[in-house]
Design a protein around this ligand. Structure first.
Ligand SMILES: C[S@@+](CC[C@H](N)C(=O)[O-])C[C@H]1O[C@@H](n2cnc3c(N)ncnc32)[C@H](O)[C@@H]1O
Length: 253
């Protein structure tokens, strides 16, 4: 699948999901990912939000930005590939409606450079067709010393399966090819990549970041997400491996 096909599949998929009113599963701040015991209120990764300018890459309907705005952020911006979700974000924040932009985060987009204190991307980064271009863009938009915080499915969790109640490695950790997954009860197609942790860190370094801190948080032992039982988010797996990886990067000066 080439980049254009990858982007088109995800644009359609996310528009369909939002039209069908399928809620996200714990991927909106203060939550960093499914089943985590601690959230932003507990960990305080974004520790200086008051008065901050914040951009969300893959902002959805703006739920994470709403949380940060309520905590005192001064200015909020969002990019999302899905026009349906951007419509909802704009109606949530009429005062910032010009700051919500439809487009892929890996493309050149008219967003101010050297401007943001924080960029967040909560469970969206694995949907980019080009991690390097996405991180270069983030680096360009951030102020000197600004932070980028990403969360995504833990790359090792992604490789685990369950057979007869036993956890097995069902996919190679080394396989970084794009893959079509289905999401939610309606089985909407989405394309994503499971990148190795070293790929994420090394790509970020090449794009001008260093790692300030990485989090592999414990999970609670549940096996449904808001009442929906998934084949992917399973108690047997979350007992053995973090569901989510969270990385806080800083822009290199
Ligand atoms: C799990 S949701 C994240 C929700 C978000 N964290 C929030 O606070 O609501 C993933 C989002 O990534 C968006 N997305 C997928 N591919 C994208 C891309 N290439 N560029 C920008 N957004 C993208 C989807 O439209 C969707 O809104």
């Amino acid at each position: 699948m080439n980049s254009q096909e990858f982007i088109e599949m995800n644009k359609k998929g996310w528009n369909d999901l939002i039209k069908a009113n399928k809620p996200f599963s714990n991927t909106i701040l203060p939550e960093y990912g499914p089943f985590l015991k601690r959230n932003e209120d507990d960990i305080n990764i974004l520790n200086n939000v008051k008065g901050a300018k914040i951009l969300d890459m893959g902002c959805g309907e703006g739920g994470s930005l709403e949380y940060l705005y309520n905590k005192g952020a001064l200015e909020i911006w969002g990019i999302d590939i899905s026009e349906e979700q951007i419509k909802k974000a704009k109606s949530k924040f009429p005062q910032f409606k010009d700051n919500f932009i439809v487009g892929p985060m890996e493309s050149e987009i008219n967003i101010p450079n050297n401007y943001f204190d924080y960029i967040i991307s909560i469970f969206s980064i694995g949907y980019t067709s080009d991690l390097y271009k996405t991180l270069l863009n983030a680096n360009k938009y951030l102020k000197e010393d600004g932070s980028l915080v990403i969360s995504w499915t833990h790359p090792f969790y992604y490789c685990l399966g369950v057979v007869d109640d036993k956890v097995v490695v069902s996919k190679s950790y080394f396989d970084e090819n794009s893959e079509i997954i289905t999401k939610g009860p309606d089985k909407v197609n989405l394309a994503q990549k499971n990148l190795m942790i070293s790929t994420i860190i090394n790509t970020a370094t090449e794009a001008g970041f260093y790692v300030e801190k990485m989090y592999e948080e414990e999970t609670i032992m549940k096996d449904d997400v808001n009442g929906y039982k998934s084949n992917f988010w399973k108690k047997e797996k979350t007992i053995n491996c973090p569901s989510t990886i969270i990385i806080k990067f800083r822009k290199l000066n």
